[in-house]
Design a protein around this ligand. Structure first.
Ligand code: UGA
Length: 439
């Protein structure tokens, strides 16, 4: 089977590579010439564990190709996946500009039945727009070539994308015709053989499933952040509350960790887009609107706690920031809580000394030299009045606290991810606060 994937961003590249690994012949297409050149040479545009090896292997074995020219590929493929970006517009709605560009090129160039599958996260109703754009182009050409549009949202987590793709909880596919369904069944056959369920449904429901799933996960996080903030005020322990709740089968234990707020390119964007769709359809989504408001507030809590302990004016104060990425195992800093923490600290006059195992280059690009970049956590802690932890990297979990204590000027630790043991830190002479716990 031959397929094309348009857009070699995070989703497109992982999808293309994993389909190739499962035996499909895949051509990944992107308008960015530099990116395609690099990929052809095995250089990755993003950091994702396991990706580089898999890309190189499948290039070598002749199943994975990269090109900038979609037109040349269209005649050879049965399915085109659209995995281009849908960045948020000013009002929070998803910008469909790139998605519709792909649809138009598709309409201008196909010469036989082809299936266009949307992988990008797009608002409910987008498939209709995509179809209309294709039809318009076919009409301009005066031809009547059959085609279908399907929706196949992805549920990959950054940092675990390959594993998630190869071992999905489920695959969701929205189709309108038997022909499209048969093609998608063929493509996903190796996954079916491995026992992973494929849920076929109508296109709108598939589009909605993606938003509903992300909004539910974001809701769990904001819910727990709200519970943690209340625990702090009444003296309860949110870790115990989480365990007590999570062991109820109906609730489950995952995604119940309180912290300094969710970030990344997905939850913030999708939550905003769902709120926008609700308002546009005369049904404001009250729960989801609150989820977003709680998260905005949560991103400020680490800086607020630092100010509470050190004083509102942080002039002359040095803060060590451990972790910059929005979560571990990625260099992605989009909507990262660290960005809000840095802004608030600089605004209050503090000096920030930061370290992240992977996201340092990305941070330099995003923040420039407003903060100091250090080589490890110990260097970041040198002369610091406080340490703020924003990302729970594994390598931050067991620091040598005696070394840290010696290099610091102060002794305050604000744990934005609740990973440290308060008794141990108290024994070592630190003042310790976390999400859901007062100093
Ligand atoms: C998320 C979803 O988990 C994927 O299923 C989905 O495919 C993806 O969005 C997408 O729409 O593309 P991702 O953004 O990569 O994946 O990251 P997550 O692991 O979900 O983490 C998101 C944020 O939530 C992180 O900032 C993390 O620190 C935070 N989080 C997560 C918490 O604060 N508490 C938790 O208990 C879990």
């Amino acid at each position: 089977m031959n397929i094309a994937i348009v857009g070699t961003g995070y989703v497109g590249l992982v999808t293309g590579t994993c389909f190739a690994e499962m035996g499909t012949n895949v051509t990944c297409v992107d308008i960015d010439t530099k990116k395609i050149d690099k990929l052809n040479n095995g250089i990755m545009p993003i950091y994702e564990p396991g990706l580089e090896e898999l890309v190189k292997k499948n290039i070598r074995e002749g199943r994975l190709h990269f090109t900038t020219d979609l037109t040349s590929v269209l005649d050879k493929v049965e399915i085109v996946f659209s995995a281009v970006g849908t960045p948020p517009d000013e009002d929070g709605s998803a910008d469909l500009h790139y998605v519709l560009d792909v649809a138009r090129t598709f309409g201008q160039k196909i010469n036989r039945y082809t299936l266009l599958v949307t992988k990008s996260t797009v608002p409910v109703g987008t498939a209709q727009k995509v179809k209309a754009a294709i039809r318009e182009e076919l009409e301009k050409r005066g031809v009547n070539i059959p085609f279908d549009v399907a929706s196949n949202p992805e549920f990959l987590k950054e940092g675990a994308a390959i594993k998630d793709f190869m071992n999905p909880d489920r695959v969701v596919v929205g189709v309108d015709t038997q022909q499209a369904r048969t093609l998608m069944e063929r493509l996903y056959k190796p996954f079916l053989l491995n026992g992973f369920p494929i849920l076929f449904m109508d296109v709108s429901s598939a589009e909605m499933t993606k938003y509903a799933a992300n909004a539910m996960l974001a809701t769990r996080i904001s819910f727990m952040n709200d519970i943690a903030n209340l625990c702090e005020r009444i003296g309860a322990n949110v870790d115990m509350v989480r365990k007590g709740m999570g062991t109820d089968d109906r609730i489950g234990s995952r995604f119940l960790y309180a912290g300094c707020g969710y970030g990344g390119s997905c939850f913030p964007k999708d939550v905003k887009a769902l709120c926008h769709t609700g308002r546009k359809n005369g049904y404001p989504m009250r729960v989801i609107e609150a989820v977003e408001a709680v998260n905005e507030n949560q991103k400020e809590i680490v800086a607020d706690k630092l100010k509470e302990a050190l004083g509102a004016d942080l002039n002359g104060k040095v803060i060590a920031l451990w972790g910059l990425a929005f979560k571990p195992e990625t260099d992605d800093m989009r909507e990262a809580p660290a960005l809000v923490i840095i802004d608030k600290l600089l605004e209050a006059g503090a000096t920030v000394r930061a370290f992240d195992p992977i996201a340092m280059d990305e941070a330099r690009r995003k923040i420039g030299n407003k903060i100091m970049y250090c080589n490890n956590i110990y260097e970041a802690a040198e002369g610091a009045d406080a340490i703020a932890l924003a990302t729970e990297w594994k390598q931050f979990r067991l620091p040598d606290w005696n070394t840290v204590r010696k290099t610091m000027r102060g002794n305050l630790i604000v744990d934005g991810r609740n990973i440290y043991d308060q008794n141990e830190l108290a024994d070592k002479g630190f003042r310790y606060t976390r999400i859901g716990k007062k100093l």
